[in-house]
Design a protein around this ligand. Structure first.
Ligand code: URA
Length: 198
C-alpha cells in the first residue's frame, strides 16, 4: 500500500471534529502521488459527500474545463480540500474544524511535494496568504521553501457571479507560464509584510 493510501485510511477513520458524525463519506482528495500541481478547495459539498471524491459537482465540472483550457486532465493533478468532511447545509467551515483537519492536508503536501499549490477560494488562500484578500492577490504567486503558492477564486464563485468567470479563466492560464519559469522565481522573504508576489 502506498504512503498516500495509508494516509487515506487514517483520514477515513478521523473523528477529530463534529463533522465526522454527519458525513456520508470522507473526501480525502485524489490524484497522483507524483503530481506537480496540487489544487486546494474549501470543503466537500453534497455530491462530494455522496461519492467520497473532491470536486465532482458543478464546481468540479468547471474546474475540469479550466484544466482542459491549459491542456490538463483532472487525473494529472492532485485535488484536495481544506476540510475533508461536508459541513451540514454547506455552511462555511468553522476555525476549529479547519484546525482539526489541517494535519491531513499538511501530510498530503509533504508526501506529494508538488511544485505548485493552487488555492481555490478564501479558506485555502488564508492558509498560505494570511491576512490577504482574494480580490487583491488572485492571479499572484509566491515561492516559499521551493513551492509556488498561487491564489485563485473558487470555481463555484464564478458560477454564481458571472463577472468572475473571465478572471478565473485568465488566472488559470498563468499556471503553465509560472511552472515554466519556476527556477527563476525568487523565494519570498520571511515575514508577512515582505511577500514577493508576481
Ligand atoms: N467545493 C469545494 O471547495 N470542494 C469540493 O470538493 C467541491 C466543491
Amino acid at each position: 500500500m502506498s504512503a498516500l493510501d495509508e494516509l487515506y485510511r487514517q483520514i477515513e477513520r478521523c473523528q477529530r471534529c463534529e463533522l465526522a458524525r454527519y458525513r456520508t463519506r470522507v473526501v480525502p482528495g485524489e490524484g497522483p502521488e507524483t503530481a506537480s500541481l496540487l489544487f486546494i478547495g474549501e470543503a466537500p459539498g453534497w455530491h462530494e459527500d455522496q461519492q467520497g471524491r473532491p470536486f465532482v459537482g458543478p464546481a468540479g465540472q468547471f474546474l475540469e474545463e479550466l484544466l482542459a483550457s491549459i491542456g490538463l486532465k483532472r487525473e494529472q493533478v492532485y485535488i484536495a480540500n481544506v476540510i475533508k468532511c461536508r459541513p451540514l447545509g454547506n455552511r462555511d467551515p468553522l476555525p476549529s474544524e479547519i484546525q482539526a483537519c489541517s494535519q491531513w492536508l499538511e501530510q498530503q503536501i509533504e508526501l506529494i511535494r508538488p511544485k505548485m499549490v493552487v488555492t481555490l477560494g478564501r479558506y485555502s488562500m488564508a492558509r498560505y496568504f494570511p491576512g490577504e484578500s482574494i480580490s487583491k492577490i488572485h492571479g499572484k504567486a509566491k515561492k516559499q521553501d521551493n513551492i509556488i503558492y498561487y491564489a485563485m477564486y473558487h470555481p463555484a464563485a464564478a458560477l454564481h457571479q458571472g463577472s468572475l468567470r473571465k478572471i478565473i479563466e485568465e488566472d488559470i492560464h498563468r499556471i503553465p507560464e509560472i511552472l515554466a519559469k519556476i527556477d527563476k522565481i525568487p523565494e519570498a522573504k520571511a515575514g508577512p509584510q515582505q511577500l514577493t508576489l508576481f
